[in-house]
Design a protein around this ligand. Structure first.
Ligand SMILES: Nc1nc2c(ncn2[C@@H]2O[C@H](COP(=O)(O)OP(=O)(O)OP(=O)(O)O)[C@@H](O)[C@H]2O)c(=O)[nH]1
Ligand SMILES: [Mg+2]
Length: 188
């Protein structure tokens, strides 16, 4: 029997996005905060598959609601980049503002994503903004600007900036999808 309320029978677009970053930077915490509005101060098991965030309004001339299907990279359960990033329409690269190592890790994440799919739009996020930052914000912002990547600060603990990250990511995904569709119709 078909369940009319099932999300699979909903005609709203679903965009696959991925949240990457070194271990313990707060990837799961950001996704949980965005999708379930909760935070756990203890280490959280990685999300097995993905969580969904529904009804984000995006658009260029008019606003349409979309759903984000949010995946997380895990260092210890590596899948091939070609699989993890397949059909991804945007990637959120997270570092921990108290961990310079995790900030330098963004360079590697960026390379990995772009080696798999060169044109995926990227957003850099400094998480744990509720703590005293060790990575200077001006440096992070400068790097992101140089690389042509959007930069945002957030705290999964307080929730500050979290909705904005996924709003911006959904908008970038929408624009990327639009560009891909135009490219295909041009080639046809
Ligand atoms: N103070 C503070 N702690 C945070 C924040 N976000 C996450 N944490 C803590 O940082 C630790 C790691 O968070 P996770 O969300 O598990 O990090 P992760 O990047 O998913 O880690 P892995 O999946 O193991 O790679 C946990 O103890 C969280 O409670 C934040 O914004 N502020
Ligand atoms: Mg995790």
């Amino acid at each position: 029997m078909i369940d009319e309320k099932s999300p699979t029978h909903d005609d709203k677009p679903i965009y696959k996005i991925v949240v990457v970053g070194d271990t313990q930077v707060g990837k799961t915490s950001l996704i949980r905060r965005a999708c379930e509005n909760r935070f756990d101060a203890h280490r959280i098991e990685a999300i097995g598959t993905s969580l969904r965030k529904e009804n984000i309004l995006v658009g260029l001339t008019e606003e349409v609601p979309v759903t984000l299907d949010i995946y997380e990279s895990t260092d210890y359960r590596r899948v091939s980049p070609q699989i993890l990033y397949a059909d991804v329409l945007a990637a959120v690269m997270v570092y921990d503002v108290t961990s310079p190592v995790s900030f330098f890790g963004l360079y590697r994440w960026k390379q990995e994503i772009q080696r798999a799919y060169s044109t995926i739009p990227l957003i850099a996020v400094g998480n744990k903004n509720d703590l005293t930052s060790i990575v200077p914000m001006s440096e992070a912002q400068g790097w992101a600007t140089f690389e042509g990547i959007r930069f945002m600060n957030a705290s999964a603990a307080t929730g500050e900036g979290v909705a904005e990250i996924f709003q911006q990511t959904a908008q970038l995904a929408y624009e990327y999808q639009d560009a891909l569709q135009n490219q295909w119709s041009y080639l046809r």
